[in-house]
Design a protein around this ligand. Structure first.
Ligand code: IDP
Ligand code: MG
Length: 191
């Protein structure tokens, strides 16, 4: 059996922000008590900048787009994936003719792995990322703006809440995603 951090799978379920049951911010801002919205139910998704995105210096640009959207980064790691993890990540594609080249591509250099949190974040991340084939991806999306070949499409994002839960469990331990409140959540969300 492929080894994975399956105990973290639950971490992709809807999260209730527990930064403060009284709605207070408990971050590192000495001398200030900032109000933050608690009890906002949020979801999690897995996003990975692939080796071409890393090599082309797009990590900052991509992280900025997710941050600007109002999403919250709760975990990140920079690493070269093992064959075991790549195989588990792309298990639905094992029998596809492109799988060997996909595996070589993902293992060709370091990736930047992230967990992002927000309301309906799985679908939002896929929208920011764009269509699988960068030639068909809309301008303004990450793949539409930065890619050409389907085999070099810069970034991965989970395609459903179930996939998000599974993929977070493959790459992150249960205690790695950090539960905290962004101080602007009460502005980002209407309710
Ligand atoms: P997705 O990344 O948009 O979810 P999937 O169909 O799940 O797209 O494919 C996973 C990854 O496999 C793609 O992002 C791409 O890197 C690669 N891939 C998919 N189809 C092809 C293909 O026809 N040729 C080469 N690589 C492909
Ligand atoms: Mg997919």
């Amino acid at each position: 059996m492929v080894q994975s951090f399956t105990s973290a799978a639950q971490s992709a379920r809807t999260i209730t922000n527990s930064a403060g049951s009284r709605g207070e911010f408990h971050g590192q801002l000495p001398g200030k008590r900032l109000q933050a919205r608690s009890e906002i139910p949020l979801d999690r998704t897995f996003v990975m900048i692939k080796p071409d995105g890393v090599q082309r210096g797009l990590v900052g640009e991509i992280v900025s787009r997710f941050e600007a959207k109002g999403l919250k980064l709760v975990a990140a790691r920079f690493e070269k994936l093992t064959e075991v993890r790549v195989t588990e990540q792309y298990q639905e594609h094992l029998a596809k003719p492109f799988f060997p080249s996909l595996k070589n591509y993902i293992m060709s250099g370091p990736c930047f792995l992230m967990v992002w949190e927000g309301r309906n974040v799985v679908a939002i991340a896929r929208t920011l990322i764009g269509a699988t084939n960068p030639q068909e991806a809309a301008p303004g999306t990450i793949r539409g703006d930065f890619g050409i070949d389907i085999g070099r499409n810069v970034i991965h994002g989970s395609d459903s809440p179930q996939s998000a839960s599974r993929e977070i469990g493959i790459h992150f331990q249960q205690n790695e995603p950090v539960t905290y409140a962004l101080i602007d959540e009460s502005i980002i969300y209407e309710y």
